[in-house]
Design a protein around this ligand. Structure first.
Ligand SMILES: Nc1ncnc2c1ncn2[C@@H]1O[C@H](COP(=O)(O)OP(=O)(O)OP(=O)(O)O)[C@@H](O)[C@H]1O
Length: 206
């Protein structure tokens, strides 16, 4: 039999619309930049719906804010390699499932995964999940990050100190050889940082 022409094989939605992992310290400006990108390209991107073992809050719907599952169901998915990344916060488990990310790609959208450092490592080391693209958004310095966190005024002093400590760890990791990031954008001037992120995500001619 002649060898199969690779171009005739069906392309997985996840390799055609490769998800983008964006990470960076809390306060680096991820939401600011992503909100602007989504406003400029309303139909191009999607966020996957995560799984959690926490109870739904008033008004939350299964499959909209989260997939609300039991610890047993969550554990089963972990065993099966069903999560691209998962973690425990405040006694509850949270995870991004392969299926949820695939669903976005199958709609023809690029899934944006806004995840923290441990999650980034898990995605990068997942045995079967097709490799996404990795972008790190960095503040210009810890001093400026501290100023921004203070002027954002969403955190108490203790939380700000915790975020700064974690930011240091994340910035060291991002610059280390084992980090998977293809690009580090320094969010000094917002306009410049936005253009760099946009170019990485949608390309030059978009
Ligand atoms: N280039 C910039 N110059 C000045 N301020 C900025 C810049 N980029 C973002 N900010 C401000 O810094 C603060 C933190 O930004 P943002 O909330 O987008 O960070 P984040 O990375 O999404 O944080 P978290 O992970 O905690 O959600 C906001 O008040 C935002 O307006």
């Amino acid at each position: 039999m002649p060898p199969t022409d690779p171009s005739s094989l069906p392309t997985s939605a996840l390799t055609k619309h490769r998800p983008i992992v964006i990470s960076g310290p809390s306060g680096a400006g991820k939401s600011t930049i992503l909100n602007r990108l989504f406003a400029e390209y309303p139909n191009r991107f999607g966020f996957s719906v995560s799984h959690t073992t926490r109870a739904p809050r008033a008004g939350e719907q299964h499959g909209r804010e989260y997939y609300f599952v039991s610890p047993e169901e969550f554990g089963k998915l972990v065993q099966e390699g069903g999560f691209v990344e998962h973690a425990t916060f405040g006694g509850n488990q949270y995870g991004t499932s392969v299926e949820a990310v695939r669903r976005i790609a199958e709609e023809g959208r690029v899934c944006i995964l806004d995840i923290e450092m441990e999650g980034v490592k898990q995605v990068a080391n997942h045995p079967t999940f097709p490799r996404p693209r990795f972008l790190f958004l960095s503040p210009p310095s810890l001093e400026i990050l501290e100023q921004r966190l203070r002027s954002r005024a969403t955190d108490k002093e203790e939380a700000i100190q915790k975020r700064l400590k974690q930011a240091k760890v994340e910035m060291e990791f991002a610059r280390s050889p084992e980090a998977p990031h293809e690009k580090i954008v320094v969010n000094d001037d917002l306009e410049k940082a936005y253009q760099e992120v946009k170019e990485f995500i949608v390309g030059k001619d978009a």
